[in-house]
Ligand binder design. Structure first.
Ligand code: HPA
Length: 235
């Protein structure tokens, strides 16, 4: 029972899926953190894997970039493969003054200019896409236990990576911590289709500032984020 975008058989995915944007990140997570790994999807190189973490079945499936691509995979995972929990593990640009490079952020909500969200309601409705609170609460406490100083708040999910017409400063003034391109879509579909959704993000660049991280620093932060996601997934 393959879909247009996923060649897996029913039952190939675990109930819980970690979802990076980048397919090679999906491969890295599977190879580094999971045991007894099998590749369950390779269509368009949008890689998916299932394995175990501390004895619990966990899958990893790449989303690609942006809400339209993420929506395809989350829709099919939830409706065809019965996935119950999707935790995005991605990167974002830092926006709030106290957000630094390599910080780990939990998106409690996701403001967006996405046409996908706007067109779902119309009639002037501005829907507020929110994380599943149970996952958010668990991830926050797991992070604290690990000594990772996470920040929790609003993440702007942009339709365009390059957009010189948007007032990013104003969004930061209204409390937005960072920007990426997926979280609002994930939360919208979680609400619609009934799966639990959370986005955990590492700050890979700063929207209003300069800064560089070494590849070792990026790997350490990325691994911190994945551990938080996996411990949340099996809690
Ligand atoms: N903008 C949008 N998406 C991103 C960014 C950004 O600055 N950084 C990582 N993902």
């Amino acid at each position: 029972m393959a879909t247009p975008h996923i060649e897996a058989e029913p039952g190939d995915y675990a109930d819980v899926v970690l979802m990076p944007g980048d397919p090679l990140r999906a491969k890295y997570i599977a190879e580094t953190f999971l045991e007894d790994v099998v590749q369950v999807n390779g269509v368009r190189n949008c890689l998916g894997f299932t394995g175990t973490y501390k004895g619990h079945r966990v899958s990893v499936q790449a989303s690609g970039m942006g809400i339209p691509s993420l929506s395809i995979y989350t829709n099919e995972l939830a409706t065809i493969y019965g996935v119950k929990t999707i935790i995005r593990v991605g990167s974002c640009g830092g926006m709030a003054p106290d957000v630094k490079l390599r910080d780990v952020l939990l998106a409690s909500g996701s403001t967006t200019d996405s046409a996908v969200v706007t067109n779902t309601f119309g009639h002037g409705v501005h829907y507020a896409p929110l994380a599943n609170f149970e996952l958010l609460d668990t991830a926050y406490h797991v992070a604290k236990e690990q000594g990772v100083d996470v920040k929790v708040g609003d993440i702007f999910a942009a339709d365009r990576f390059y957009n010189d017409e948007l007032d990013m400063k104003k969004l930061a003034d209204y409390g937005v911590l960072g920007t990426e391109m997926e979280s609002a879509g994930l939360y919208l579909l979680g609400a619609k289709l009934g799966f639990r959704a959370l986005s955990i993000l590492t700050v890979s660049d700063l929207i209003f500032g300069e800064g560089k991280t070494t590849s070792e620093e990026r790997e350490k932060t990325f691994n911190d984020m994945i551990t938080i996601a996996l411990e949340t997934a099996i809690a």
